[in-house]
Design a protein around this ligand. Structure first.
Ligand code: ZN
Length: 432
């Protein structure tokens, strides 16, 4: 038996993240493409190349950035900062440069984290021609005064930005959107965790025997990628009925769900129900116009019902945007737990419907329809009987099965099973 066969799902997701961790990603360029190629080995991914210079609402797709090497050498020719050791050592999107400077001249180009002297910060300069290096405070403190040589062997040229997406058609064109960003270099939780959970969730949805909704998983650079995707796919937007941004879903902190701008969309109700039932210590956060790509999906011109699932929320762990957001911060069990919550969300979205009780005048006789002995165990049978009564009572066209599960404080699957049995007994009829 191979090692892979013995892995838990969480371990397999962690291994996937580990395989992608070394790649130097950015909002454009080969790193993002290489990452999407790895996703494409698991999913039927469609890639769209959006050329540099393409307008996207108020934005323009930038030039494509690629990097081969970057370093700072001391007077002995030794590399004291080396991109080959970590891609965080160069400011992402740095323009190509080469030269000599004294340490004092170079200082303004060197970024550190004095509060965490052994961590390297992650810095970007996407929308301004700039360059710089990132290093630990300890590394900087150990540099003697004197002359240094520096080189950033990068290119910023007309090219394109790559968007990846998978459409899994369902009975209805009404769509569930799952979105995750792919643009960070060697950072694990902020980037790779969402990528892994979205990939495994897409595999799960692809394997469902039937789908009521169409699902669209998008793997895109943060911010500009969401802006570009919305601009390129504006025709699809009216079909999006529910959506979730996945980010920072691999650390061991409790789950945080940030509501959509609509605050009480069905996705908000579903996620609250899922987390109440199976995510101890979770927090529901109100919408704020800051964070991940829900900012774009929820902008007032779209106002899509898209929430965001995280574990430790945006920017709240000290490792955020530093070299300490590494594979050790990621837990296979947490990745799997995040995936399972998303699978529950899908099950509820798929099964949540409104019904009409066809025998609403007094209780129908359930026994003569064989509805008293549907389940084996006595407790299960009792719960199922209660579920039948709840569903009959509230199937008035006003309440969805989720509303009923909430009122009854019962698992959604029990309410769903009761509705199926009642429909089969011709006591319920599904409303469109
Ligand atoms: Zn980030």
């Amino acid at each position: 038996m191979s090692d892979a066969a013995n892995q838990t799902v969480g371990q397999a997701m962690h291994a996937f993240c580990a395989s992608l961790f070394p790649i130097c990603r950015s909002i454009t360029g080969k790193g993002a493409r290489q990452t999407l190629a790895a996703v494409a080995e698991k999913l039927p991914l469609t890639l769209t190349e959006v050329p540099s210079g393409t307008p996207a609402f108020d934005w323009v797709i930038p030039r494509e950035w690629n990097i081969r090497d970057a370093w700072v050498k001391n007077s002995q020719g030794e590399k004291v900062i080396d991109f080959a050791r970590s891609n965080l050592h160069v400011v992402n999107y740095s323009v190509p440069v080469r030269g000599r400077a004294t340490l004092d001249e170079l200082r303004a180009r060197l970024h550190t984290l004095p509060d965490h002297p052994d961590w390297v910060p992650y810095r970007t300069s996407y929308y301004k021609d700039d360059w710089g290096f990132c290093l630990t405070q300890q590394q900087l403190d150990a540099l003697p005064p004197g002359e240094y040589e520096y080189c950033i062997d990068s290119s910023l040229e007309p090219g394109s930005m790559t968007l990846g997406e998978v459409e899994l058609p369902g009975e209805s064109p009404d769509t569930v959107l799952i979105s995750t960003h792919i643009c960070h270099p060697s950072l694990a939780n902020d980037n790779l965790s969402g990528l892994a959970v979205a990939t495994w969730l897409a595999q799960h949805v692809a394997a469902l025997p039937k789908r009521r909704y169409t699902y669209r998983f998008v793997f895109i650079p943060g911010t500009i990628g969401a802006v570009a995707w919305l601009s390129q796919r504006e025709d699809l937007v009216p079909r999006i009925k529910h959506g979730l941004v996945l980010s920072g879903v691999g650390d061991t902190g409790p789950i945080h769900y940030k509501r959509s701008r609509r605050e009480s969309a069905e996705i908000d109700q579903v996620m609250e129900f899922v987390l109440k039932a199976s995510a101890p210590g979770h927090t529901i956060m109100p919408f704020i116009p800051y964070g991940y790509d829900e900012r774009q999906y929820c902008s007032p011109g779209f106002n899509l019902p898209v929430g965001c699932m995280m574990r430790t929320p945006f920017g709240k762990n000290p490792q955020y945007h530093t070299s300490a957001d590494n594979l050790e911060l990621l837990s296979g069990a947490a990745l799997q737990d995040s995936l399972e919550r998303c699978q529950e969300m899908v099950a509820i979205l798929e099964g949540n419907q409104r019904y009409l009780n066809l025998n609403p005048k007094c209780e129908p006789l359930l026994g003569k329809r064989g509805l008293y002995s549907t389940l084996g165990g006595e407790n299960d049978a009792k719960a199922f009987q209660m579920a039948l009564l709840w569903v009959l009572s509230y199937s008035d066209g006003e309440h969805s099965l989720l509303d009923i599960a909430r009122k009854a404080e019962m698992p959604f699957r029990t309410i769903r099973a009761a509705a199926d049995a009642l429909e089969k007994a011709e006591l319920l009829s599904a409303l469109p």
